[in-house]
Design a protein around this ligand. Structure first.
Ligand code: PRT
Ligand code: MG
Length: 218
């Protein structure tokens, strides 16, 4: 029996933007996750299957070998810690940035003077903690799992640390981006034991993905 390769993806932009890379590897997913409730999708290659997991769970599935390989945002990877994961490739997809945003009437410059305290609402507590520590700002962290943009409007926090791509969500909620913490794209992550045990098929996928990634623009 040939060994099965399990690829972990999340529904939505990561799935959609990974499809062309899979095509470059000769892999075609046979079901549409938006139309089916299945969590395990077969492909045109009998030894390759796709599992659908929450975006934040992709590194965990790959770390514990629930999947051999996965695609995950750098944001998610940093928060996970990346332990046990081989990270061979920046796929240059699902691009966005992690930024600090506040209400337009909030005096951010005053609030981040060294030694001051700032209430920050975010799903990205690790990224936020490191960023404000470097600035010497004390942070009272409010951990949220979504709709971060609401927090400053309701008085739950002074600032949010969140992903921004077009900026439309911030604008719609009268928030302004005051600092850009880091640029984000999605990366390929591979289980280290699987890389040894299933080296040839995994290498084939990694190499095909690498050849399909557009060269970095400067
Ligand atoms: O949505 P769900 O709660 O199910 O899970 P998730 O948010 O963890 O997954 P998903 O699929 O939304 O995001 C997966 C990955 O896509 C993230 O980890 C990022 O690496 C990447 N990515 C790229 C984005 C965005 N762009 C993005 N714009 N993830 C989320 N957003 C959200 C952002 O949080 C904000 O609410 O879109 C909103 C801002 O978009 P603009 O265009 O209005 O600025
Ligand atoms: Mg989302």
């Amino acid at each position: 029996m040939s060994s099965m390769i399990t690829l972990a993806l999340s529904k939505g932009r990561i799935f959609d933007e990974t499809l062309p890379l899979l095509a470059a590897a000769g892999i075609q997913v046979l079901e549409d996750p938006e139309k089916s409730r299945k969590l395990i999708l077969s492909t045109n290659q009998p030894n390759v299957r796709v599992v659908l997991v929450r975006a934040t769970d992709v590194p965990t599935y790959v770390e514990y070998g629930g999947a051999d390989i996965g695609v995950t945002g750098k944001d998610t990877l940093i928060e996970h810690g990346g332990q046990g994961l081989y990270q061979p490739l920046d796929l240059q997809i699902a691009k966005c940035r992690v930024s600090v945003a506040v209400r337009s009437d909030f005096d951010y410059a005053q609030a981040v003077k060294k030694g001051s305290r700032l209430q920050v609402a975010t799903k990205y507590t690790s990224i936020a903690r490191d960023f404000f520590a470097t600035k010497g700002v004390h942070v009272d962290m409010v951990k949220l799992y979504g709709s971060m943009e609401l927090a400053p409007l309701i008085g739950l926090a002074d600032a949010i640390v969140d992903l921004v791509s077009t900026g439309n969500t911030l604008r719609a909620n009268h928030l302004i981006e005051v600092e850009r913490i880091m640029d984000i794209s999605s990366h390929l992550v591979v289980n280290q034991a699987a890389l040894k045990l299933k080296q040839a098929p995994l290498r084939r996928i990694i190499d095909a993905f690498a050849s399909a990634v557009p060269p970095e623009k400067n």
